[in-house]
Design a binder for this molecule. Sequence first.
Ligand code: SAM
Length: 248
Amino acid sequence: MYYFGLYHWRSRLWRLVVGVGALLAVGVVRRTTSSGPVRALTAVLVLPLLTRAGRAGAKLLRPPPWALERYKYDALAAELPLEGASRVLDVGCGTGRSLVGLAPHLPENASVVGLDVFDSRVILGNAPLLARRNAREAGIDVTPIRGDAARLPLATGSQEVVTACRVLHDLPAEDHGCALSEIRRVCASDGVFGVLELPITPDGVDSDSETYWCERVDEAGFTVETVRRVERRRGGEPYIVIVGRSAD
Ligand SMILES: C[S@@+](CC[C@H](N)C(=O)[O-])C[C@H]1O[C@@H](n2cnc3c(N)ncnc32)[C@H](O)[C@@H]1O
């Protein structure tokens, strides 16, 4: 069974803790006063906190840490020339969900690198060992490398296909250009870059997310060949798939 860790655990866990604190406060008020108005006021004050805590608790396990939600990686893979690729890099692989999602589309002898900062800011349990273990369970041998997308520790022109799944929006906006230029640098000539992204743009950006990410990919020196939306099965705005080819 896969285990991909808990995503966005800090903010969600914090809201849960606040919710538990609010419940305790209600208990204390009920024990220490019989005043109706005070009890009613307390209830009104804690209700939003409890609602937020309930939502955060539900989101903490959505998707469950063992679930893959394969369809979105299938949608990206369908647009990439993976069947003939011998060197593949997944930037921001985390605990390996994207690697496992891409695994059925990768040739048996491909050399696959999973790069991540491997810290727990976004995912609880994010570590190279977990990425490798999950990938192995999916039938691929992955080399996990600790590194920053904005300073890739890889040789120029060394990768035929590079993917970045739900990663770019996690980078500080000022690093978007740098990270994409780095991805372009490590892409072989005629290499392909595939993005699977959430419909999120940095604060202060007016354009929609498709436009924003296509412009960034284009500025980095890729020719954008494919832009498509992938409906989300759990609701919400669709994912975006963008594919660019290195243009010399
Ligand atoms: C939402 S997770 C996506 C993980 C995986 N690709 C997937 O599809 O589930 C975002 C990942 O980006 C990684 N990340 C954030 N900033 C990074 C950076 N500067 N360089 C490399 N990875 C980074 C995080 O550690 C995290 O593992």
